[in-house]
Write a protein that binds this ligand. Sequence first.
Ligand SMILES: N[C@H](CCC[C@H](N)C(=O)O)C(=O)O
Length: 283
Amino acid sequence: MQIAFTKMHGLGNSYIYINTFDVSLAGQDLSVLAKKVSDPNTGIGSDGLILITPSEQADVGMRMFNKDGSEGKTCGNGLRCVAKYAFDNQLVTTRTFTIETRAGNVSAEILGEGRVAEQVTIDMGPPYLQRKQIPMVGVNLERIVNEPFPVGDQTLRITAVSMGNPHAVFFVDNIELAPLYELGPIITNDERFPESVNVEFVEVVNENELNFRVWERGSGVTQACGTGACAAAVAAILNKLAKRSEDIVVHLAGGDLIINWSKDNHVWMTGPAMTTVQGQFIL
Ligand SMILES: N[C@H](CCC[C@H](N)C(=O)O)C(=O)O
């Protein structure tokens, strides 16, 4: 069986996209398929799989799977690429439209005038800050802001933010020295996170600029994480290290995203979306 796919990326955070308007995946184990297509040796190679689907409550829908086959609820870089795909392939007829995710509907805007989308803004909706919304185990229901977080023989300070998917944000003095490979896999599997967690290390350059690295739940280190960049900006503002309702440039390994946690409590993310490969995957 051959399945048409498109490989796209947002700042190097790449996924294999399958348009299920055209292709039926009925009977396919999507977790197994995600692992297969993500494998760089026996598959195509990516950080995971994203399905572009018909939707009854939005203009298009998406489902995202990490490279380990686990399903996430949303994906910032993925949303910009789904928006690009929908616009470039006329699944939508306007430059602003809605996308259904498992974390709720978001709105997308194709920037510029061109017939091919390059820059996209997504209104990612509000952050969720209460402990049970992350979710994170603990006694108080309040926000987790700069809370002591013992791990191994260290005690870090955690700020936890959900963008519909869970993020554990840790501020460091020098991003190049962040314990990404040492502590990323430990924290992502920590029992204090019943649904696991995406792990971000963030260096504050100034109140409008962050350096950022990520160990993603289910995918490990990636070049970029859009929801993670949103979580990092929200965490910086909660810790009074950045300003609300101002653009914050987040420098990820793969490039920059512009994040703005606005007065209406929505988090806005602007960045690129690129198509790199189109082909047939042989199951
Ligand atoms: N790379 C994605 C995040 C995927 C999150 C996924 N790892 C999970 O929550 O399980 C992004 O651009 O937001």
